[in-house]
Design a protein around this ligand. Structure first.
Ligand SMILES: [Zn+2]
Length: 490
């Protein structure tokens, strides 16, 4: 049992929680964004992140500090919090990223954890092996063994009340990611970064990213706080949060700003292409794009970085609010419409609907049916699982119209859920708001609901529908009598 992390509200696998960071004396509200602070180049001062942006935690790189002479001495003398002038929690990376980029680093897990402890880090990281996507199974398995040995070493280092990361690797092999998650959860380490996903996000492979996270989550326990390492684009926060990621870190706000790239929740724009700034943050309220373009390079970069960070923090607040009210899936749907690759990510998430359903809240804000994808949401899956367990008897009418006393029982049918007893019509999610002009997926799902009910019951069923498409009716079991209400009603 990990008592430093508590999930309070659930929506799908997404959760609003609290991460206690004892060494900092700080409780971080999750899902949380950790701005990446480069100890050599500070685009925005950490103090400003705290006061202006509300950052409760940031991440910096202990390997860079350790290998830069002046920085190392200053960090050891003053401590990291004074060095960066930041009073929230500070997580430190170990140099594994440098290992992935440059192929070699000169530090062991014992040394780097001790160093992180000595400079006052609140969450430290061992030196794991970030196996890139699409690595061979053999390579991924071998490197995972090394990472697991390092986690064992990390458990043995005395770091007081500093929390320690237990990275979950395994490349794009779902079984390895799951095993890695299970192993990491069995250690006494504290925070669980899903590692080496940056190449997937850089290539817009959001579907693959979702599969990797889903696999890692199957291995991890519910009390494991999960960090999607290197995930800094606000466009994908809602999707990743819905898969159960609690921590995100953004270097993107600064890196993109240097190239005049402007982050939005619907993707990235180039400053040269903007005639208007579609954002209410202080930077965008006080400048036109032309004014930003006229600034010197340094100042322009700082303003864009501030905007990028405002957008990112605002989206993280929106994600937390959506989880609280149970409308996270609606937010994910909206974000999925920004880019076809995001739609792939959402569709991949729905492939894991049963996994998301296990922790989904049973009562949320009204279910909005917004697209064919809505028909595959966890709430629909759950309803169908329930139907499988219900067994009405006798002659049973399933109808989109009125009761009929000629039948022993009369149930309502509504796409996308399918049949349900009338008494349940005011319960979530059957209070769903559904458009008048439904798509085929809604009827298909309703037909699958009929099939699920039939599978568990010996009753004689009649389905009275309003002009369902042939494709949906073909999914209804053959022994169900069909009545088309269309034309009979007025
Ligand atoms: Zn802005």
């Amino acid at each position: 049992m990990r008592d430093h992390f508590e999930a309070r509200d659930w929506d799908g696998a997404g959760r609003v929680g609290r991460l206690d960071v004892p060494r900092a004396g700080v409780t971080v509200e999750t899902p949380a964004l950790l701005p990446v602070v480069n100890p050599n180049i500070q685009t925005l001062e950490p103090r400003r992140m705290e006061t202006e942006f509300g950052a409760q935690i940031l991440i910096t790189n202990s390997y860079i500090i350790k290998t830069s002479d002046g920085l190392r001495e200053d960090a050891l003398d003053q401590g990291l919090h004074d060095l960066l002038d930041f009073h929230g929690a500070i997580m430190t990376d170990s140099g594994s990223f440098q290992l992935a980029e440059y192929g070699d680093i000169d530090v062991t897990t014992e040394e780097i954890l001790q160093f992180q402890y000595d400079i006052g880090s609140d969450v430290g990281t061992p030196v794991d092996i970030p196996t890139p996507p699409d690595a061979s199974r053999e390579q991924a398995a071998e490197e995972l063994r090394t990472t697991q040995e390092r986690l064992g070493i990390a458990e043995g280092v005395d770091v007081g009340d500093m929390l320690v990361n237990a990275p979950v690797q395994g490349s794009t092999h779902a079984d390895l990611r799951e095993e890695a998650g299970r192993h990491a959860a069995s250690t006494d380490l504290d925070v669980f970064p899903v590692g080496a996903v940056v190449p997937l996000m850089n290539d817009y492979r959001y579907g693959d990213m979702v599969d990797v996270v889903a696999a890692a989550k199957r291995g991890l326990d519910q009390d494991c706080p999960v960090h999607l390492f290197g995930a800094g684009h606000p466009m994908m926060f809602a999707l990743a949060a819905a898969m159960g990621c609690d921590l995100f870190d953004s270097a993107a706000y600064a890196l993109y700003a240097r190239d005049d790239r402007y982050l939005t929740v619907r993707g990235t724009k180039h400053l040269d292409d903007l005639e208007h700034l579609p954002c209410p943050c202080p930077v965008c309220s006080e400048h036109t794009p032309a004014e930003l373009r006229a600034l010197g390079e340094r100042e322009r970069g700082d303003e864009l970085a501030a905007h990028n960070l405002h957008v990112s923090f605002a989206e993280m607040r929106r994600v937390r609010q959506a989880i609280r009210t149970g409308s996270l899936m609606e937010l994910v749907e909206a974000r999925a419409r920004a880019h076809p690759a995001m739609l792939d990510g959402y569709r991949a998430a729905l492939d894991h609907a049963e996994q998301l359903e296990r922790t989904d809240s049973a009562s949320k804000d009204t279910f909005f049916y917004l697209s064919g994808e809505s028909a595959r949401r966890p709430e629909v899956v759950r309803h169908h699982e329930r139907l499988d367990r219900l067994a009405p008897e006798g002659d049973v009418l399933l109808t989109e119209g009125d009761n009929d006393d000629d039948f022993d029982e009369s149930w309502t049918v509504e796409p996308p859920f399918g049949p349900f007893p009338r008494a349940l019509r005011n319960t979530y999610p059957l209070t769903a708001e559904v458009p008048e002009r439904l798509d085929g997926a809604a009827f298909d799902a309703a037909a699958d609901g009929v099939a699920a009910l039939c599978a568990g019951s010996d009753a004689a069923f009649t389905l009275a529908h309003r002009d369902w498409p042939e494709r949906a009716l073909a999914r209804v079991p053959e022994d169900v009598s069909l009545v088309n209400l269309h034309g009979r009603e007025h």
